[in-house]
Design a protein around this ligand. Structure first.
Ligand code: PLP
Length: 418
């Protein structure tokens, strides 16, 4: 039976396919280091205890009817304070902040509020899911390849050829899938270019907007500081829509509380779109999240411990890969800066297995490593790039100990490839 052309041409997620393989092996009792999904194992990384207590309290208090369309006011107020405290930005809780069921509906609503079919949307490759949102809108997506020597972050020079006539520039930092971040200088150059472009557009032309996905902004390590377009260039306030939420920073992917903020004219349309989709966050979770954000001591304590553990897992993996590199293996990794991801290079595409199979794509190499080294990664091809020899490792569902235990197997498998 015929479906809509969008539905018929929708691509399934490559990550889900890999997860299927991992789950099949797990079902057979094989212990796999599952570094695939951008999620948390709640046994390793539970949500903050206070947040859990507040959620239970909110249900006991019967906070179970429809929330207001833009989110419960107390949550918007505490999001405004959180954003002000963490980034020094001032956003009005009545007109410029929107809550939804996780941050995905906010991304989709941003696209729906700004993009007409055929409009140009620029995004770096690798990046997360922009290709799918572009497809849903019938937009003209421009995936701009980025380079390992720039930590796979886009530069102004990379983006410049595509700025004219584009409607949306989708950026993310810390970036999924790489765990790398913009430097202030790097982002400033991009922001100046966007502002200059907007100043040159006529009043009846759509401006070039920035979707700034900062869902990992609280998960940064060492000297790597999160930075954003509006802090760098306040004139970009009218053109920037921020995407944020509790999924990653509070290990609360299943709690489904996201928040976005931006200019009132865009946010009010996004509110209507989220309302038509009914993609609100559950009310009890909103009430609880407001209370949790208010408890700054609990937030800070949680974030400190959580970041330490995530960093420890990332460092364990990073150090192991660099050790292999130093031993002469064709591998590499980029120092973890933020989020829950490590970028790993396995330069073995095109090699032949002991059984004579040629591993001619990064996906094939990945499946071979899953089956033989019991370690599961995601090739960057799942994030809109050409087939490269780079992979994402996500540490949210795997302990440092488990990661370490798989390195000898990985070494054996890589040694066997000719
Ligand atoms: C960059 C980025 N933005 C947004 C999301 C979606 O978050 P949520 O689970 O809150 O919808 C993810 C989830 O993986 C992500 O990696």
């Amino acid at each position: 039976m015929k479906l809509s052309s969008i539905a018929q041409t929708l691509e399934g997620s490559e990550i889900i396919k890999i997860a299927g393989e991992v789950n099949e092996m797990k079902a057979k009792g094989i212990a796999i280091a599952n570094l695939t999904i951008g999620d948390f194992d709640p046994n390793l990384f539970p949500i903050p205890q206070e947040l859990q207590d507040y959620i239970i309290e909110a249900y006991e208090d019967h906070q179970t009817n429809y929330p207001t369309g833009d989110g419960v006011l107390a949550l918007r107020q505490h999001v405004a304070k959180f954003v002000n405290h963490r980034q020094g930005l001032i956003y009005n809780e009545k007109t410029e902040i929107l809550i939804s069921g996780g941050s995905r509906p906010l991304i989709y609503a941003t696209y729906l509020a700004l993009i007409d079919a055929g409009d140009k949307v620029i995004y770096p490759a690798p990046s997360w899911n922009n290709n799918h949102y572009v497809h849903l809108l019938g937009a003209h997506g421009i995936a701009v390849p980025t380079l390992p020597e720039n930590n796979f972050m886009p530069t102004a020079a990379d983006l410049k050829p595509f700025i004219k006539g584009s409607t949306l520039l989708a950026l993310c930092s810390p970036l999924n899938p790489t765990g790398t971040m913009f430097s202030a200088e790097g982002l400033r150059e991009i922001c100046e270019m966007v502002l200059e472009e907007n100043q040159s557009r006529k009043a009846d032309e759509k401006p070039l907007y920035i979707l700034y996905d900062q869902i990992y902004s609280q998960l940064t390590f060492g000297n790597h500081k999160h930075i954003d377009p509006v802090t760098l260039l306040p004139e970009l306030r009218d053109y920037t829509i921020f995407i944020d939420g509790s999924s990653k920073c509070f290990a609360a992917t299943g709690v489904r509380v996201g928040w976005g903020f931006g200019p009132a004219n865009v946010i009010s349309k996004m509110k209507a779109i989220v309302g038509h989709m009914g993609a609100w966050a559950p009310k009890a979770e909103q009430v609880a999240s407001a209370k949790f954000l208010e408890n700054t001591k609990a937030v800070d304590t949680f974030l400190n411990n959580f970041k330490k553990e995530v960093k420890h897992s990332l460092d364990t993996l990073y150090d192991s890969i660099i050790d292999l590199k130093n031993e002469g293996f064709a591998v590499d990794a980029i120092e973890p800066m933020g989020a829950i991801y490590l970028t790993i290079k396995l330069d073995y595409v095109g090699k032949t297995t002991l059984d004579g199979e040629v591993l001619d794509t990064s996906a094939k190499l990945n499946f071979y490593i899953i089956q033989n080294a019991n370690m599961a990664l995601v090739p960057f091809s799942a994030f809109g790039t050409e087939d490269l020899c780079w992979y994402r490792a996500s540490v949210g569902a795997c302990s440092a100990k488990e990661i370490k235990s798989k390195i000898p197997q990985l070494k054996k498998v890589l040694s066997s490839l000719k």
